[in-house]
Design a protein around this ligand. Structure first.
Ligand code: MCF
Ligand code: FE
Length: 402
């Protein structure tokens, strides 16, 4: 048994003081240090520096580790040129090494990420994800727009799913990602959704990210028209917006981006109990606009996306960007929502027994240190976001990694 002591602890009700946490691999008790010492006289006491806050380990719900070797190769600024550059640089991306991916997962770890949702396009990241100290929800991605290739694509996808299932454990969970409405044939979508329902896999999909995607799946024109004709010889979209969203009706899905969803789309998505990942830096860099998260009534997470559309996987860089991007929203309230968007909200969406400091939850903690004493408890979320580059200590399942 261990007892972790800090000036502040972030719990569901907010920031509390004069308390400590007793834990082994899960949280056993939250009380004053004196009480806990009496209850567990042999426990190891772990102190933290002054002005430290214990948070539940942070969760990055959406990342692409297989793109971790991109720095200056992909074209930023506008979505379709980016997508063309991804296709052009397939060879370079496939050269992304285990070492590149390990480095990326370590960067997340140092910023306090104890769980992440990895979109696996090829399965090259399986070893990194299985060996990572973090909990991983491993989203096997399915895509392919040609009907004649759908049988082969599905067979290859199933092989990857079966392969990842071998590693399912408390720390690793197999899941499915349907890439997007513009890239995934309805036959593949139906099969993948049936599988997700049957096996109770968590499901994710990129949706309504760019204006070009919206024009293509709503009207069959715009920038995607040329891309699809040029690269794939496809003259009209394989899914309409309606048919795509409807396919997910009976399975709450973690949609990624929604930067170009209309208020009607959002209302429909809300009615079907879906959620969304907000990736502010990726959206800015790929020219996709801003998701107005403070107006949403659906659960939303903040996520980094991959190094395919970002310069770091540090979750605090992401939160700071969000603070700057949502310039008209109330600063304190936004900061509190942002902390929730990397803790309890993604934990629920990804069905992880963490994300809150509560008895029975995994002992996953990110401890950060403020440079000075906060004046009021209500401001701690903001100070944490502004001042944190790396965590001070980090625990996953009760074991220390930072
Ligand atoms: O989230 C960003 C932008 N939107 C879509 N896809 C990706 C992102 N980062 C990487 N991707 C991957 C995606 O998983 O790029 C490929 C897919 O494998 C694009 S389709 C050839
Ligand atoms: Fe993505």
């Amino acid at each position: 048994m261990k007892i972790l002591v800090a000036d502040f602890i972030y719990v569901s009700e907010g920031y509390i003081q004069k308390k400590a946490i007793a834990f082994d691999n899960v949280i056993k008790n939250i009380d004053s240090l004196d009480v806990l010492k009496k209850m567990y006289p042999k426990a190891e006491i772990i102190n933290t520096p002054k002005n430290s806050i214990i948070y539940p380990g942070f969760i990055n719900s959406h990342v692409h580790l297989e793109f971790s070797n991109n720095k200056t190769s992909l074209k930023y600024g506008s979505f379709v040129p980016w997508l063309k550059s991804v296709i052009k640089n397939t060879d370079m991306i496939q050269k992304c090494t285990t070492n590149d991916m390990k480095k990326a997962s370590k960067e997340m770890l140092k910023s306090g990420i104890t769980s992440f949702g990895a979109i696996s396009s090829n399965g090259n990241d399986l070893k990194t994800c299985v060996d990572a100290p973090q909990r991983v929800v491993f989203f096997n991605e399915i895509l392919g727009s040609k009907e004649e290739n759908s049988e082969t694509s599905y067979e290859l996808f199933i092989k990857r799913v079966e392969n990842s299932l071998k590693y399912d454990s408390q720390k690793f969970k197999t899941a499915i990602s349907i890439h997007s409405p513009y890239s995934t044939h309805p036959i593949l979508i139906q099969k993948a959704i049936s599988l997700a329902k049957e096996k109770k896999f968590i499901l994710s999909a990129h949706l309504l990210e760019s204006k070009a995607e919206k024009e293509w799946i709503e009207e069959g024109n715009g920038e995607f028209y040329n891309l699809y004709n040029e690269f794939f010889g496809i003259a009209k979209p394989i899914n309409t917006k309606k048919s795509f969203i409807k396919a997910f009706d009976d399975i709450p899905t973690h949609f990624i981006h929604l930067t170009n969803a209309s208020s009607d789309d959002i209302a429909y998505i809300e009615s079907k109990k879906h959620s969304v990942a907000h990736c502010p830096r990726s959206n800015r860099l790929l020219g996709c606009g801003i998701l107005d998260v403070c107006k949403l009534n659906i659960p939303w997470t903040t996520a980094t996306d991959g190094l395919s559309s970002n310069w770091s996987l540090n979750i605090f860089d992401e939160l700071r960007a969000a603070v700057m991007l949502h310039a008209n929203d109330d600063l304190m309230s936004l900061s509190n929502k942002l902390i929730q968007s990397i803790t309890n909200v993604p934990a629920k969406i990804l069905d992880l027994n963490c994300g809150v400091i509560e008895v029975g939850k995994f002992a996953d903690f990110a401890i950060i240190k403020l440079p000075d004493c906060p004046n009021v408890l209500e401001e701690i979320s903001l100070w944490t976001i502004l001042h944190t580059k790396q965590v001070n200590q980090l625990y996953i399942g009760g074991n220390r990694y930072v």
